[in-house]
Design a protein around this ligand. Structure first.
Ligand code: COA
Length: 637
């Protein structure tokens, strides 16, 4: 999790270690390199504010009320009183943060990438990198797979031209322009494993940006130049020829699946990586993958499942590849962007989270899907192209052992992940809108109701909120388990409550959620501020204040519901794993008339079940609509 957009627990619980800069960190596009449209747009964006200390402390207490015990809350209030007292540590840290805000483009962004992503040591696969499931495409054989992959590559290159020319239309949220930096971070970049901390390199910023992509087929990697000598991108027809040559020269999965190493725990992978690149050939091959613009995974088959489980299987394929016997070795999970094309029409992507959130990835995918729908052009005579270069690896016995370990670890993780994708077909954004409610808030309140019905309690809930209204902004947390949501879910199935009262409570819960969303996207939520204060203590080498070591703080960051809305034009859905062992990951894409949900949990936790939560969400949405329909407006309180 992400560092979970970062929904991940670890975010708030990050060790208060000293902040050491890695050799390469995700750096914002350097202002000196960029000219024109992008720069003037970026310059016009406001800086991320540091919220007032007292406001955050008060809002923190309010956020704790539905999720901690009374005595825990009392204790936290005492700690906060001490923290905030005049001349106390809180004031000192706040001043430090305000100084930092004056001296940096964004006081949070560099810390955030470190803490939420690069310091996070669990495997990126399942625990951090989201998958994206596209609608099933209309092909079912190798030729169809190659043809579609060729069009997809041409579509991505078309989007890249817009990035290179700085012509991507500026996006808006609530009428305000958004930071566009993430678009410049997702191509030609890659995560590099380290023994204690990872890094990210972005080769788009080098003096000779890469001209190739990597293609992986039957666990074998190839370097494919995607530009002609005159600088024009290869056409879909040319790409088809090249992909065909790649497939013909890798018919058997008879090599060691080196890519599976990228599924390891990061410390383990960091150590293996040092060994791997000691060999010159290996180093060149790894470098070619890291430098490539993106990766295309031409997948082999996945296990047979009943038709109604196809979408869930597709999500598994995008999230982790199904295990070492299937497609998990047909990946390089450190690569920022991997497009995945199966032989049966299953398609999607997986992305490494450090450089960007879902929305820019989805905007790219929307463009690509649109591009692939264009009719085929009439084939023209083609000049011969150089053979794509196979990337070789010399596997020592020690590396072979690491590969076997990685396979085992990946298989345990694949076995553990329970993923359920559903299409809620009864309504989409249309129904909440007709009732003058925010669709996102309506869905989040339904999630609270579903969870409460299953567990008879509320839990710390994370929803990603965009901070892209600010220069280099990433995300903050919308805490969906509000007091108003708790009051509503407790009343909903209470036979002693009248419908009018329930509707009133629902409206209050939805409004409270929307209000929190608005303050989060305007930089006034609590989570990143609290993290900043904690990081500032580490920066100033003072002991971590007690408020950050308290039970309430740990509970507040134990997100049993880790959720995110990732909307798109394409009828797709993003998916990710839970961020705590006893939690759920819930990603949804609300379309006008239906909602796509991807719900995950871990099988090793006996208390959670992805299908049960998905079912409970469907019921909650339906019951909330029924309540609204059965309660005429004039009868509402
Ligand atoms: N009555 C009628 N319509 C309403 C309404 C109301 N009371 N409130 C909202 N709407 C409409 C909006 O105008 C909008 O209309 P559109 O479909 O024409 O665009 C639509 O409903 C959706 O609004 P809403 O459901 O309130 O959500 P949002 O689009 O404002 O998104 C977040 C909310 C939190 C998802 C968004 O602010 C955000 O931060 N997104 C980024 C999340 C992210 O980064 N995720 C990725 C993590 S990897």
């Amino acid at each position: 999790m992400w560092g979970i957009c970062s929904r991940m627990v670890k975010v708030g619980m990050a060790k208060p270690c000293g902040v050491v800069k890695p050799c390469y960190l995700v750096k914002p596009v350097s202002s000196s390199r960029i000219t024109g449209r992008y720069l003037s747009h970026q310059k016009g964006l406001p800086s991320l504010p540091v919220p007032p200390l007292q406001q955050t402390c008060e809002r923190y207490i309010t956020a704790l009320e539905p999720i901690v015990e009374v005595d825990e809350l009392t204790h936290t209030k005492e700690l906060l009183d001490d923290f905030q007292k005049p001349g106390g540590v809180g004031e000192r840290l706040q001043r430090g943060l305000e100084r930092r805000a004056c001296n940096t483009e964004n006081w949070l962004s560099e810390w955030w990438v470190q803490v939420a992503y690069l310091d996070y040591r669990l495997p990126v696969v399942v625990h951090s990198s989201p998958g994206l499931v596209l609608p099933c495409m209309h092909f079912s054989d190798k030729q169809g797979q190659i043809r579609f992959a060729a069009k997809l590559i041409a579509g991505v290159l078309d989007f890249k031209t817009m990035i290179d020319n700085e012509t991507i239309p500026v996006e808006y949220l609530g009428g305000k322009p958004l930071c566009m930096n993430q678009y410049y971070e997702v191509l030609s970049s890659c995560r590099i494993p380290g023994v204690k901390r990872d890094a990210v390199v972005n080769h788009a910023k080098s003096s000779r940006p890469p001209q190739h992509i990597t293609v992986v087929h039957n666990f074998q990697f190839f370097m494919l130049d995607v530009y002609n000598s005159d600088g024009t991108p290869l056409t879909a027809d040319q790409l088809c020829v090249q992909l065909d040559r790649i497939c013909s020269s890798s018919l058997q999965a008879n090599t060691e699946p080196v890519g599976i190493l990228t599924t390891q725990h990061r410390d383990a992978w960091g150590k293996t990586y040092i060994n791997l690149i000691k060999d010159r050939t290996n180093k060149e091959s790894v470098s070619a993958i890291q430098r490539s613009i993106f990766t295309v995974c031409l997948d082999g088959p996945m296990p047979q499942v009943p038709t109604n489980a196809h979408r869930s299987r597709a999500a598994v394929q995008m999230l982790h590849g199904g295990g070492s016997l299937w497609n998990s070795g047909n990946r390089w999970f450190d690569k920022t962007l991997q497009f995945i094309v199966g032989e049966d029409g299953t398609c999607g992507a997986n992305y490494e989270h450090a450089p960007a959130e879902g929305p820019p990835i989805v905007a790219l995918i929307d463009h690509v899907v649109e591009y692939t729908r264009k009719p085929d052009t009439v084939p023209t005579a083609m000049a011969p192209l150089p053979m794509p270069k196979k990337l070789h690896f010399n596997i020592t016995p020690e590396l072979k052992k690491d590969i076997e370990e990685a396979k085992k670890g990946m298989n345990v993780l694949a076995e553990d992940l329970d993923m359920r994708v559903i299409v809620f077909e009864h309504f989409g954004k249309n129904v909440p809108k007709a009732h003058k409610m925010s669709p996102d808030a309506f869905i989040q309140v339904a999630l609270q109701l579903a969870y409460y019905r299953m567990y008879q309690q509320c839990c710390a809930t994370y929803e990603s909120a965009s901070l892209r209204m600010f220069r280099l902004g990433r995300t903050d947390t919308i805490r969906s388990a509000s007091g108003a949501a708790a009051a509503f879910v407790k009343a909903f199935d209470d036979p002693n409550k009248q419908n009018t009262e329930k509707v009133d409570l629902m409206e209050k819960a939805v409004k409270a959620h929307k209000a929190y969303t608005n303050l989060a996207i305007s930089g006034q939520a609590i989570d990143r501020h609290l993290l900043g204060l904690k990081m500032q203590a580490a920066e100033e080498k003072i002991s971590i204040p007690k408020v950050f070591k308290d039970t309430s703080f740990a509970k507040a960051l134990h997100y049993r519901l880790s959720t995110s809305q990732v909307p798109s034009k394409t009828d797709c859905v993003m998916c990710f794993g839970p961020v705590v062992p006893d939690g759920y990951g819930v990603c949804y894409n609300p379309m006008n008339q239906h909602i796509n949900f991807a719900v995950s949990s871990f099988n090793t936790c006996k208390e959670t079940n992805a299908a049960d939560l998905a079912h409970a969400v469907e019921n909650a949405l339906l019951d909330m609509r029924t309540l609204l329909e059965q309660t005429p407006p004039r009868a509402k309180l």
